[in-house]
Design a protein around this ligand. Structure first.
Ligand code: AMP
Length: 219
């Protein structure tokens, strides 16, 4: 199975990606997670990306395309993958298509998760990340907890710089102006499934599974 999870920041791409990655035993490739690790480790990529990410800006296409080529052609991805956070520009979408043609992949499906902007702002304001494992939680789910439920790290919750209110607005503007057009690119190819993300995690998963089954793509 090869899925691209698409939608605005905070719509639940990462949450659904983790569920499908576990169910199908294929890797969850989150470009945001890869970049955050690079920033933490202070690699060359991390040094270039850190400031842009903190402002909610996109990391340049040439860096992202090189990164995703390395990951998707690695052994880890040979049986499938769940891509989360890429492509975010039409240039990235075209590069991804070229890569898929080169490596003989023609069965990728884009899952478009939608939600209203006011709901997204509320969600992003209300989420906290674990600085050790990167997992994201709703504030109400971790209230009073001293340890991360995913990795047991102590006192590790923090508000991501790019989840701060002033940066959220910029991320949503960039999504609307630069990332949304990617959808048209995939719709033209008839490989898009759209689901409403303004529902429980379980229901969103169920809707994705049902849509994949309808298209005979769930196996
Ligand atoms: P995410 O965790 O997917 O919301 O990504 C966090 C940040 O990483 C984004 O706001 C961008 O600064 C950067 N980023 C992640 N994926 C991409 C991409 N495909 N193209 C450009 N920048 C990206």
């Amino acid at each position: 199975m090869r899925l691209i999870l698409f939608g605005s920041p905070g719509v639940g791409k990462g949450t659904q990606a983790k569920i499908f990655s576990k169910n199908f035993n294929i890797p969850h490739i989150s470009t945001g997670d890869i970049l955050r690790k690079a920033v933490k480790d202070q690699t060359e990529l991390g040094k270039k990306a850190g400031e842009l990410m903190a402002q909610g800006e996109l990391v340049p296409d040439y860096l992202m395309i090189a990164l995703i080529k390395d990951v998707l052609t690695s052994d880890e991805c040979k049986n499938g993958f769940i891509l989360d956070g890429f492509p975010r520009t039409t240039i990235q979408a075209e590069a991804l298509d070229q890569l898929f043609t080169q490596i003989g992949i023609d069965n990728t499906i884009l899952i478009n998760i939608t939600a209203k902007e006011n709901e997204i702002i509320k969600r992003l304001n209300n989420r906290r990340a674990c600085k050790e494992c990167g997992n994201i939680f709703n504030l109400q789910d971790i209230e009073g907890l001293k340890k991360c439920p995913a990795c047991n790290a102590e006192n590790s919750f923090y508000l991501r710089n790019d989840d701060k209110e002033e940066v959220i607005k910029n991320r949503l503007d960039i999504f609307n102006s630069t990332t949304k057009p990617v959808l048209g690119y995939y719709t033209a190819k008839g490989r898009v499934i759209t689901v409403n993300g303004f529902d429980t995690i379980e229901n969103v998963t169920k809707m994705i599974v049902e849509s994949l089954k309808e298209k005979n793509l769930y196996h």
